[in-house]
Write a protein that binds this ligand. Sequence first.
Ligand SMILES: Cc1cc2nc3c(=O)[nH]c(=O)nc-3n(C[C@H](O)[C@H](O)[C@H](O)COP(=O)(O)OP(=O)(O)OC[C@H]3O[C@@H](n4cnc5c(N)ncnc54)[C@H](O)[C@@H]3O)c2cc1C
Length: 541
Amino acid sequence: MSGATISPFPPATWHAIDDVAIVGGGLAGLFCALKLSPRPVTVVTGAPIGEGASSSWAQGGIAAAIGAGDTVASHVADTIAAGDGLVDVKVAERMAGEASERIHDLLAYGVPFDRDLDGVLKLSREAAHSERRIVRVGGDRAGAAIMAALVAAVRNTPSIRILEGYVAEQLRCVGRYVTGIVVHDCRGGLSARMLLTTRAVVLASGGVGGLYEVTTNPPEARGEGLAMAARAGALIADAEFVQFHPTALDAGLDPAPLATEALRGEGAIIVDKAGTRFLLDLHPDGELAPRDIVARGVHEARNSGRGAFLDCTKAIGAEFPEKFPTVHAACMKAGIDPVRQPIPIAPAAHYHMGGIHVDGAGRSSLDGLWACGEVAATGAHGANRLASNSLLEAVVFAARIADDIQGLLPNHKVVAWSGGAADEALADAQGQSELMRRLRQTMSRHVGVVRDAGGLGEALQVFAGLEAEARDPQLKNALVAARMITVAALTREESRGGHQRSDFPQSDPALARRNFTTLAQCNQIAAEAVRPTLVAHAPAA
Ligand SMILES: Cc1cc2nc3c(=O)[nH]c(=O)nc-3n(C[C@H](O)[C@H](O)[C@H](O)COP(=O)(O)OP(=O)(O)OC[C@H]3O[C@@H](n4cnc5c(N)ncnc54)[C@H](O)[C@@H]3O)c2cc1C
């Protein structure tokens, strides 16, 4: 098969006006594009906007301390408690403080949040929130409804150009300035690569769940944005902190449908095969304990053969189909009637607290590069995200980035494409997807809910082998993201939040600090971790 070609894009005439590129058509990317309007922007997204995005699958809603009796301080306190010592308090305060304004923005874009008969927004409660503060839509349809409204608003905004079917692969830099992105036109099996020259790139490419065998995320969530930033030299923060959702439907589906936390908020309980509740043994809040604790409890119950089930029969019963239509449909499709039967559950990779390190304005450590949404690490979530804080963080930081970029002068200088080795032979798709399968299996086996040094080292060994065979740029980016998570997990020799080490089961107060690293540092640690095994397997002289 012939190699792909690279041509400057968009055509030269666009350059004078089109200098902001946003990678990702989820909530963070679309909200940022709308907030930048009327400044022209290009949204690059592999899947059509609104698809291939975790945002569309969100079930609970958005956390906002807007109810009578609730306060921003209480929301911040809950965020800090869930984050297990690593939340950046100032960031959390500003995020919670801006929630009300952003909810009003969403209402203005047409999001039909649930209201009571007096027109007041209805608020529900979720695990580890001390108040009812989740705004939602149609019970468990928040993500779909928010995204439908934003997609319509974006399509009606002439200043937003949408490139659907284009996968971003690589950032172009001059020194520490990001000057463009290489995108791969994947429509209809095409192999052309193009360069978008930019004044500002906003990465809003979502999380890393798709790197795991069992995940609630869409397949597009494979850490490609994180890897692109890391390869360009950006600082990556807190990569070891992956949140596993404790109640994914265990019915062999990929991705695994989610049984929202709001079910437990309504009183659903978690039981083993014998019908015994076991989470109260681990935490006084039982089913409403922070996610990492519930996920570990479910993981241990399954590993020990006791099994784990979400029993909604008493707390929700016949109201299930109306109150939680999305979960109900997923259960029925898997042959489980949640009105009458406990739902079999498993922990699934769900949310990445780590990502591209950004400051309060969403700026990364590279000039010309911003990040928001799940791909960014703002410090708001610490070691463990509080439920429904991620959609909030996405809109808060997308708005701040738009403000920051509005202050930039447009780029009238076209940065010339300087060649480079981006022409790649098209990879053998079947072979590459087998490598991706092994990557996902390894992540779930060794970099999952519970980790140890031996398993993490083994994972790095597997990745080194896969790297040697990887040809597809998306797979190569996925491998970089997987390596960064694994190395960060190896170097954090304690258990904290979403990161549990069986060989270091306690938190170490001396390690109560965030982790910032570059790809170069990560590669060095990975090489050292793999070297002894290679020596051990070397043929005798
Ligand atoms: C099932 C589920 C339920 C959830 N429920 C809630 C909830 O109730 N409340 C809450 O706060 N959070 C929830 N979350 C988390 C939340 O949905 C996400 O953290 C948030 O939506 C992330 O938004 P985002 O815009 O950063 O990423 P996404 O919405 O995932 O969008 C990423 C976009 O980037 C695109 N993309 C990725 N890589 C590339 C590339 N290389 N080139 C081009 N495009 C690319 C994708 O196709 C997609 O368009 C849930 C997550 C899941 C999976």
